[in-house]
Design a protein around this ligand. Sequence first.
Ligand code: C5P
Length: 236
Amino acid sequence: MSQLLYEGKAKKMYTTDDPYVLRVVYKNDATAFNGQKKASFEGKGRLNNAICTKIFTMLQGKGIPTHYIDTISETEQLVKAVHIVPIEVVVRNVVAGSLSKRLGVDEGETLERTIVEFYYKSDELGDPMINSDHALAMELATEEELAEIRRFALSVNDALRAFFDAAGIVLVDFKIEFGKLKETGALVLADEISPDSCRLWDKETHEKLDKDVFRRNIADLPETYEKLLKRLEDVK
Ligand code: C5P
């Protein structure tokens, strides 16, 4: 029996016969600004599933543990069940989005040092930014886990940057989430990595190949994601 366990903005999670395995279904829905802007795009679920599969497979090949097991259809993956750590981790290489607004620095400035930010995962509060002390005081993670999350996030950044660079794409920033495996408690990369959760710019033209085309009404979302997938096709 397969039961709907959770429905998020872009995905649904179902149980499977194995208590340690879940089935993820990628939806066609897109949301922005904490759910204030909504739309549905034919093909989005398929495209994000394909892009995320490619990225998680690449990361696992580089020794980075993820929840990903297998892709079982155009829109479905099997993943390991985890307890999600309620911290959204944003990694930034180039100034964009909320960082540009908050610090008054132009979008597109390359940062001297990669920035890792933590946000408390809470739809009601609009995912407020927190620091390590907040995370510890609120018992969202232990000190060791926070250190591991930071190390992990930087390794993911190194692997992703090289991967996108090979396709002529700059990895501006991205958001990731971590989980503790239900089976063993080990920390792994969870959720998804897709153009919904990354900023990706063409190296030469700075054309946007991510969800900002929807957030800012710049271009057609499925056409943009299809273009991205094509460019990643031959990248190992
Ligand atoms: O909006 P902001 O500039 O803080 O976003 C930084 C990065 O994190 C972007 O790549 C954005 O797509 C991603 N993000 C996300 N989910 C959120 C917030 C940000 O995927 N809730």
